[in-house]
Design a binder for this molecule. Sequence first.
Ligand code: NCD
Length: 254
Amino acid sequence: STRTRLSFEAAMNRLGGRVIGTENAAQFSSAIKGETLEDTIRIVSGYCDLIVMRHTEIGAAQIAATVAAVPVINAGDGAGEHPTQALLDLYSIQKELGRIDGIRIAMIGDLAYGRTVHSLSYMLTNFKNVHIDFIAPDNVRIPVEVKRYLVEKNVSFEESTDMYAAARGADVVYQTRIQKERFKSMEEYEKASGKYTIDARVLEVMREDAIVLHPLPRAGEIDPAVDRDRRAAYFRQAQNGLYMRMALIAKCLS
Ligand code: NCD
């Protein structure tokens, strides 16, 4: 998205670096002439010290990293992962709540195609006594590979459709957008959309010291009236993205 791109560019600029870039490379670049991702990355990595890449295909960043001569940051690979978002999510939780160990987090929405949820789930396995409630419409439930990893790492989790029950006990309510662009048909999208909205009624059952996060952009799944509640932390979270990306870039280049 434009937002993620701007946040990486702003981070590099603030560190005193410069950026070169292209938007929608798939449509405008050599890819259209049939060049492989590997070749494109080999060329680009000769022009820069770091590559930040967003791609439509799962695994694209992994492929790029194997041929690049410089570090590659995955800024989202299709419905796969979005690790820098997960890092800023963790930073936001730490900053807002003062801890990550021991939290109960309710992840709500499109858990199948929502890559930020995958990365955040994986990263939460590094902390102690975390409990995750996955709340999703039936056709966009959390992928089995994520569940398998959580089991392997002894992270306690539950799947359910009861948003209120999960919100009631949560320290963090992590709402996500239904990823419209990834559905095979409008009919499938319709089955998943509009099921869970964070509004005044949800705030009512939430703890006073809990927070609402969202990777943004939102598309109706958080009532704008929620913004006035001090538990609405998603704009602070977006701001944290800049600081986290500055730290990450500095680390990659030092
Ligand atoms: C997220 C993404 O791209 O996966 N947004 C973002 O990074 N700004 C979430 C989303 O698109 O819903």
